[in-house]
Design a protein around this ligand. Structure first.
Ligand code: NAP
Ligand code: GLV
Length: 315
């Protein structure tokens, strides 16, 4: 039996951590697949399309990412259990990222940064957290962790998901029928949805135009968007247009339709846009190695696997 690591980045780091935990394991690192028939499990991030279909003995796929849209886009992906990465390391980092960006917009930091570039010392009134409504799109593992991290500040939390949810301190909306009411009650929108056929392109001009403009936070100059889900959820040019028209005041974007973000994108230079390189929650290799081995041992002992992707839902 062999475990294949097929990752477009950090493959050697994952291998080093796995070797440290299980020195006897027969480990292969793509492109050095060796005898394909030996490989029973694969740890993957952006593997070459079609690669996994060429492994006749494959029984388990472990995704380095929490999001599996890229894997599911490969029509040849073998129909063996696919588990996604869900771990306190990733979840904690994402909760930090969302909290950081929510605070940034609540505390009007894009304006203070702008004033700093002009060497202007100016007071700006700022809303209390309890006057700001944060709308979490996606109330899964990461959306709920973001809610837990934001709650102690006193933000007024709203959440939107496919099915109804009960989360402490969060007013829950669901489905297409709940979307307008959710947006109308949102000052800062934080997107933590998976990319599926239903969610692709959802964060477009029409949606941004429905964000609250008349909320409880008159001190905020306008709505702000945070997207740490997937770039395919948003329409980049619509975000630029909404920023220009004033429908959107500011944004923090970790993901983009094209990654890396092309140098020509106006988002790079926009004074009220924070650009990060899809690193909102880049997990430590040790955590990923531990998780992959735990799932592989569970599979071999016949125990239930955690976080198996539902291929019909697409997440
Ligand atoms: P999750 O636990 O599967 O939660 C997904 C949430 O989205 C659920 O609440 C689900 O609703 C909701 N949802 C899915 N489709 C929907 C739809 N059509 N309409 C409304 N709500 C919908 O996923 P997660 O672990 O929180 O991760 C979310 C995403 O974050 C991942 O898929 C990945 O793309 C992204 N991510 C990004 C980074 C980064 O570094 N930027 C890191 C990790 C993950 P139900 O609960 O009702 O099904
Ligand atoms: C990163 O984007 C992930 O899906 O974990």
């Amino acid at each position: 039996m062999a475990l294949l690591i097929a990752c477009s980045s950090r493959a050697e780091q994952f291998a080093a951590e796995i070797r440290a935990l299980e020195p006897g394991l027969n480990l292969r690192i793509e492109p050095n697949v060796g005898q394909a028939a030996d490989i029973e499990a694969a740890l993957v991030w952006q593997p070459p399309p079609g690669l996994l279909a060429r492994l006749p003995g494959l029984r388990l796929i472990v995704s380095v990412g929490a999001g599996v849209d890229g894997l599911l886009a490969d029509p040849t992906l073998p129909k063996v259990p696919l588990v996604r990465f869900v771990d306190p390391d990733l979840t904690g980092r994402m909760a930090e990222y969302i909290t950081l960006q929510v605070l940034y917009h609540q505390r009007r930091m894009s304006e203070f940064r702008d004033l700093q570039t002009q060497r202007v010392w100016r007071y700006l009134p700022e809303p209390a957290a309890s006057d700001v409504r944060v709308g979490l799109m996606g109330l899964g593992v990461l959306g709920r962790a973001a809610a837990d991290a934001l709650r102690p500040f006193g933000y007024r939390l709203r959440g939107w998901s496919r099915t109804p949810k009960t989360v402490e301190g969060v007013v829950s909306f669901c489905g297409p029928e709940g979307l307008d009411a959710f947006l109308a009650e949102t000052d800062i929108l934080a997107v933590l949805l998976p990319l599926t056929q239903e969610t692709r392109g959802l964060v477009n001009r029409g949606l941004l135009g429905r964000l609250s403009r008349h909320g409880r936070s008159p001190l905020l100059p306008g709505p702000a968007l945070i997207n740490a889900g997937r770039g395919g959820l948003q329409v980049d040019r619509d975000i630029v247009a909404a920023l220009q028209s004033g429908e959107l005041y500011a944004a923090s974007l970790d993901v983009f339709e094209t990654e890396p973000l092309p140098a020509a994108s106006p988002l790079w230079q926009h004074p009220r846009v924070v650009v990060t390189p899809h690193n909102a929650a880049e997990s430590a290799p040790a955590a990923i190695a531990r998780y992959a081995l735990r799932q592989w041992r569970a599979y071999n002992s016949g125990a239930a696997l955690d976080h198996v992707v539902d291929r019909t839902r697409g997440y």
